[in-house]
Design a protein around this ligand. Structure first.
Ligand code: NAP
Length: 323
């Protein structure tokens, strides 16, 4: 019998890679999508016919209960969220509803419908914020620096709490930044790779950026969704940090990305105050030792290969759009 998994956020970057992985593993994949006046299935267009798409919204408890009752998944991956840190300052309440409280809605739906369902919560390195330890691991205290980070801390602790209160197989994956050619255009690495492509092909000359000194631990999304799946295959649920263990600055990312296209980043990148965060996260670097030891997880794609992959994909994309 094929296992059945429900993915919230299936139209997002991670949802699309996770759906691919689960289909390869022989799963029946149910993808929850919220109602929109336009259809935004670009990331899953190639596998759309293999997924059962179901309408639902993290803001609507009844839709979650109905979906679980109807489809009876064995695994639920809660990837949906208001996921962009900058937006969390302009829409803090929506961020709290979607990124924090919605985790309780889903956990409670699981508790009511079928407490044997295994649950994955998409937690974030942004919970470490103004870091209290370097590198950050599962035991590092949180100090979030944005409404997004605060909401993710809530999501993390309610996941732990439902595990401890009701014995749910609930896991919080604390994932450091992960990118791909499918990343949203507003996130710095994709903004840079897409900006490089547009400059290379003569559409723009400048790339306005925020803090070039911010340091992040970046990996490839397809490697990171594999860790999500591995976490739910464990008999005993616990929480895992997924990271590369390396940190790089935004400046370094710019240098590499522009050099892939034979451009000098200093001729094009301009610092623009509008893209600065009100409260910055200066340095993130994770320690994935527990995941390596217990899950056997390791990344396949390193930082320079990731940046090159993204720039090359955006060059191809912009060329297609021009032709
Ligand atoms: P993403 O590309 O922004 O995707 C977010 C998804 O959530 C989209 O499918 C979106 O649907 C959906 N969504 C938003 N609000 C919803 C609602 N009210 N009801 C139902 N669906 C809703 O994010 P991602 O990069 O794939 O990240 C996946 C998860 O991992 C997120 O929770 C994110 O916060 C977390 N995370 C990401 C990273 C990273 O580096 N990527 C790191 C740590 C944690 P629409 O298509 O309709 O907008």
């Amino acid at each position: 019998m094929a296992k059945r998994a429900l993915i919230t956020g299936v139209t997002g970057q991670d949802g699309s890679y996770l759906a691919e992985l689960l289909l390869q593993q022989g799963y029946e994949v149910i993808g929850m999508v919220r109602r929109s006046s336009t259809v935004g299935f670009e990331r899953i267009a190639h596998i759309q016919d293999d997924i059962t798409i179901v309408g639902g919204d993290l803001l609507d408890q009844a839709s979650l209960i109905t979906m679980l009752s109807e489809f009876r998944p064995e695994e639920v991956y809660n990837l949906a969220a208001q996921s962009f840190v900058q937006t969390s300052w302009s829409q803090p309440v929506l961020t709290g509803e979607t990124t924090a409280l919605a985790v309780t809605r889903m956990l409670d739906a699981i508790r009511i419908v079928d407490p044997s369902i295994r649950f994955y919560q998409a937690s974030s390195s942004e919970m470490f914020g103004k870091v209290l330890e370097v590198p950050q691991r599962e035991t590092t205290p949180f100090y979030p620096r944005s409404p997004y980070g605060v909401a993710k801390v809530y999501g993390h602790w309610i996941t732990v709490n439902y595990r401890e209160s009701y014995g749910l197989h609930a896991t919080s994956g604390i994932l450091f930044n992960h990118e791909s050619p499918r990343r949203g255009l507003e996130f710095a690495p994709r903004k840079i790779s897409h900006g490089v492509a547009r400059i290379k092909l003569g559409l723009d000359s400048e790339l306005p950026m925020g803090n070039l000194d911010a340091q992040r631990d970046w990996g490839y999304a397809a490697d990171y969704v594999r860790a999500m799946w591995l976490m739910l295959q464990r008999d005993t649920p616990t929480d895992y940090v997924i990271a590369s263990g390396e940190t790089h600055s935004v400046r370094e990312l710019c240098q590499i990305a522009f050099s892939v296209a034979d451009l000098d980043w200093e001729e094009h990148v301009r610092v623009d105050e509008r893209f600065m965060r009100p409260a910055e996260v200066d340095l993130l670097v994770g320690d994935p030792a527990r995941a390596t030891e217990e899950l056997g997880w390791k990344r396949d794609v390193d930082f320079p290969a990731l940046v090159a992959m993204m720039v090359e994909a955006d060059l191809a994309l912009v060329r297609r759009q021009l032709s």
